[in-house]
Structures are given as structure tokens and as C-alpha cells.
Design a protein around this ligand. Sequence first.
Ligand SMILES: NC(=O)c1ccc[n+]([C@@H]2O[C@H](COP(=O)([O-])OP(=O)(O)OC[C@H]3O[C@@H](n4cnc5c(N)ncnc54)[C@H](O)[C@@H]3O)[C@@H](O)[C@H]2O)c1
Ligand SMILES: O[C@H]1[C@H](O)[C@@H](O)[C@H](O)[C@@H](O)[C@H]1O
Length: 341
Amino acid sequence: MTVRIGVIGAGMIGQYHIGRLTGALAGAEVTAVTDIDPARAAEAAALAGGAQVLPDGPAVVSSPAVDAVLVTSWGPTHAEHVLGAIAAGKPVFCEKPLATTAEDCLRIVEAEIAHGSRLVQVGFMRRYDEGYREMKRILDADGIGEPLMVHCAHRNPTVPEAYHSRMAAQDTAVHEIDTVRWLLDDEITSVQVLTPRATRHRFPHLTDPQIMLFETARGVRVDVEVFVNCQYGYDIQCEAVGERGLVRLPDPARAGVRTAERHSTGVPQDWKERFGAAFDTEFAEWVASVARGEGATGPSAWDGYAATVITDAAVEALEEGRTVAVHLKDRPPFSTPGAGR
Ligand SMILES: NC(=O)c1ccc[n+]([C@@H]2O[C@H](COP(=O)([O-])OP(=O)(O)OC[C@H]3O[C@@H](n4cnc5c(N)ncnc54)[C@H](O)[C@@H]3O)[C@@H](O)[C@H]2O)c1
Ligand SMILES: O[C@H]1[C@H](O)[C@@H](O)[C@H](O)[C@@H](O)[C@H]1O
């Protein structure tokens, strides 16, 4: 079966995903697109090899030529499109964030429960990265004993002026928040944010770097350095330390160069380069689950809700300069855990 996909939001990542759904990936076809910017919609339709351009999100969701929906519009619009897809009983892949408020995330969780089976998947692509998956297998197999600490770094070379201090949690550390919950199969219960001396290579309104300190229900301590103007590259580090050893995320494989008395390897320069293969796997698995009639098997609406509540707590911790407790509702029974658990 070829899964016919309708895309809402044909900007940067929308077109990036249309490229993989139309090109390398078997079993999928992009049949409809919409964007509030007609030029982008037309561009994306051409990229998809002649998809239909529809006037808006509801038209995509209700189109008889669409089996499943991909939401890649701006974050604040995600909830309405995801809720629309659930109401139509169609599987929906939503780029992070699931929604920008905890209330909207809960409305989605509840709508999916009322539907009776999983339809929603959230785009936390790191769960599909081979290095993180290897870490997860080792942790699940008790390879390092009980985890005690996790050290993470999330570095971007630079960010545009529009990037503001809250985005360090909402846009950037949100990946570590999801990954750590998944890796440890544990829940984050509090967060504190420290602000070291600021880099001179930033726009003045931005607090950069930030160090986020999380605690989990089982008492694991997680530190995340978010440094989005590090200059030298896109660098993602993660190391879990347990009672008997540690497991560390491998750097992407790169040729080592030895010359002029130096040994060097390249550093990726952006997230597309670093996580391109993870995105491919993420979409291959999503399309396969939709084709099997399973709706979704990856990061769930509940994971999207948890991530939003925790990023809100991190923003509060930054702005109020104190440790903030994370209060999640009780987890509903059917929203099964995400990929690899
Ligand atoms: N997983 C990741 O690592 C990752 C990376 C980048 C972006 N994202 C997420 O993807 C989403 C899109 O980001 P982007 O960088 O592509 O942004 P973008 O601004 O390049 O594209 C968003 C597009 O959505 C369109 N749009 C906005 N509201 C719409 C609506 N209601 N209906 C139809 N079209 C609408 C805009 O016109 C724009 O073309 C964001 O939520 C972002 O957080 C995820
Ligand atoms: O939206 C992007 C994306 O999610 C990247 O993976 C992250 O490294 C950036 O900090 C963020 O701005």
C-alpha cells in the first residue's frame, strides 16, 4: 500500500520532509500540500512531483486523496491541525512541539483517547538515531548498572536574531528532555537553570549559554549545556553514568585526517547533517506503521505533552531563578510509550 500524505506547512522542514517522502523513501507519496504562503505551497507541490495545492489545513485533512497528515507549520498552529486529523480519524505526524501549551497538548491526548487508538506521532527524531538507539539498548540490558547521572551538551554554531532565551528550552533542550525520558524510562520531576558568563558571540537579548539541571523520579541528575552560539559546529553529546560503568553517544562517523602533525575529524555544521539518517528512519517507520494500520508507534501525544510541561518549567526556572517542580497529570493507559521502549 502506498500511504498518501497531506502536508500542512511547506516551509523549511516541511519541504525537507517532502523531499525524503518523495525521493528515497518507499511506500509514501505526497498528494496534497497547503501553506498560508501560496508561493511556498506551489514550490512544495512541485517538489512533491505535482501534489495538489489546497487552501488550508482542514481541506488537507478532509481530502479523500490523503490517508495521513504531516504537520510542519508554526508551533502555535499545530494543535488545531492535529485535532482536525484526529477528528477525521487520520494518522498525523506532528513536528515538535505537539502544541505550545500544556492545555492544548492535553486536549490532543484526550481526543486521541476518545478516538480509541493511537493516531498521533511527535517528531522527536533522536529516538531514531543509531547512536542513541545503541545507548538505549545498553541501558535496557542493564549494561552499566543503575543510571545515576546523564551529562548532555547541545551546541549550535549560531542562531538568528529571532531566537530568544526561552527557545533554549522550547526549541533546543526539548530534544534532550524527550531523549532522556526515553533513554532512562523515567520521568523528569524538577528543573533548575544556571546562567554562566555569556558569550560575546550572541545577540544582546539572548542568555547563552544556559545549563539546565533536571532531576528524575528515580533521583537521576541530568545536566544539559545549551550553547547555541558555540561557533565551531553542531555538536550533540550525551553520556549516561551508572553504578558499573558509562555509555556515551558516539560522534557521527567521519574520516580522520592526519597531516602536518595533526589528527582531525570534521564536525557537522547543522542538525540536518547530524540527524539526516535519523529523520529517514523516523519517516520509514512512521509510514510503515500507517501502512500496517497501526496509526503510530513512535513518540506519543503523551510524550509531546510531557515535553511541553517540562519546557514550560525550564522557562519558569530561567526567568525566576529558582528550581521549579514539574507537575504532570496521571498518564492515561493506552498512550503507549514511544519508539524503542
Ligand atoms: N525536529 C527538528 O529538529 C526540527 C527542526 C526544525 C524545525 N522543527 C519544527 O518544525 C516546525 C516548522 O519549522 P520550520 O523551521 O520549517 O518553519 P518555517 O517558518 O520555515 O515553515 C513553517 C511554514 O508553515 C507555514 N504556516 C504557518 N502556519 C500555517 C497554517 N496554519 N497553515 C498552513 N501553513 C502554515 C508558514 O507559512 C511556513 O511556510 C516548527 O514547529 C519547528 O519547531 C523541528
Ligand atoms: O529547531 C532547531 C532544531 O530543533 C535543532 O535540532 C536544534 O539543535 C536547534 O537548537 C533548534 O533551534
